[in-house]
Design a protein. Sequence first.
Length: 549
Amino acid sequence: MLHTPSLHIGAIRDARHLQTGELNRREFLARATSLGVSVAGAYALMGQAAPAQAIDGASSQKTLRVQMEVKALKAPRVTDWSSIANTMRGTFEHLVEYNNDGSFRGMLLSHWDVNADATEYVLHIRPDVTWHNGQPLTAEQVAWNIQGWCDKSVAGNSMASRMASLIDPETGQAAAGAIGVEDGLTVRLSLPRSDISIIPSMADFPAAIVHPSFDDKNIPANVGTGPFLIDQIEVGAKAVLTRNADQDWWGTQVYGGPFVDRIEYLDYGTDPASWVAAIEAGEVDMLSESVGEFVGVLDAMGLAQSKVVTAATAVVRTNQKAKVGDIAPYADKRVRRALAMAVDPEIVLELGINDHGITAENHHVAPIHPDYAPLPKPKVDPEAAYALMAEAGMLDFEHELISLDDGWLRNTADAVGALLQDAGFKVKRRIMPGGTYWQDWATYPFSVTNWNHRALGVQILSVAYRSGEPWNETGFENAEFDALLDQALALSDVDERRQIMARIQQLMQDEGVIIQSYWRSLYRHARPDVTGADIHITLDHHHYKWGFA
């Protein structure tokens, strides 16, 4: 059964494009479900039955132990790392869930309606959801959360980047009339301009829904709507989630689960060799992620492997505003372009992540994104790069490339640094522990950052490269880019949007904004009896699915 009163015109058009080969299956599912067609309805438009959602969690009386970094918790809207969000995900839930097949389905929302030009969204809240204190989830509370997402005055609030089309640029708050409560279970969003990314953005990890009484100084004490409580948090060591025994979870009747009573996150640092040793010794049942050369090692141990092709990546970026001494070395486009031209992505793919992915094109839009526009591969030319750096008068400048002290990011930075040295540039490496690196990750002059997959190319561009956004670590401010991005966000027709995206991607390359060498395939290894824990395309942990056979 379709949730919308009638099929969205965009979904009907995309179904035709699917039949003619203009869209692939993933692209169609992402488009149709973000426009309010249910997962079952989208599969019906493809002439297929939706995949079964049943989860085998035969034993519900066990503790599941998971290797993952345990970081200090933050209010969801300012959360800047997926491991933080995963610690809280079983307690503070999302309106929408994104699936590996590219589709979106409602969690706290039962469904949503979108008008033809994506300027109006009607959000329908499940009637059976209660907070841990017994209060029902209401439209007023959801509207309050969205208002908070739009508040640009809150330092580090990256949800404001995602909700930009709802925000009055003069006040930095939600525009008057943009968020309305229709009744106790219905919220209406009226956008000043079209924006196709609203629903995908509600599935992103900082978009968890909290109670209006939320206290960010004692996060575990807050009420949520999820099946788990945050029982213990010891930064750098351990986090414990326990099943809420005092209240039935609303989702059990809809999606099944939860199938375990306790989840323990155990922190073994950033060295993947330590993770492998932990699962080999039986100290954990599952890794949060398996990386690089260790994928083969873990396969040989007889563990169950899951894999997903993604738009996750590592970005080696310059900060155009950062000062090194008395100069801003990366404000000069010639310097940025020279660095990018000197780096061979094939070599970085091999040395950085052991060829577990495909090469990228220095613009952060992936072939897996529905709005990706194919462009010629960037030219790798160390000699031309040297000449351009000489023209900029920066051959004597020493570039300090900073990375996290882990496996694949460190290896990626090492490979890039070596290629830059081979081109004749002066480069030194600085490697930092995680606790130090992530305190100032967005401010370093020259560093490498990992970025998770997002469903749409326009999503990641809005969050990471739009002028003035809190996650814009490049210092890139370009009026043409911002205007083109607004145009792309307003286009539901994929072919029209690709034309704009081609210009955006070319602009990113021409400006030398980033060195981005590859797209990652993600892997996870677990004991063979762990169920429901295949790696998610955005590294989300869906605790209610996890169990044991």
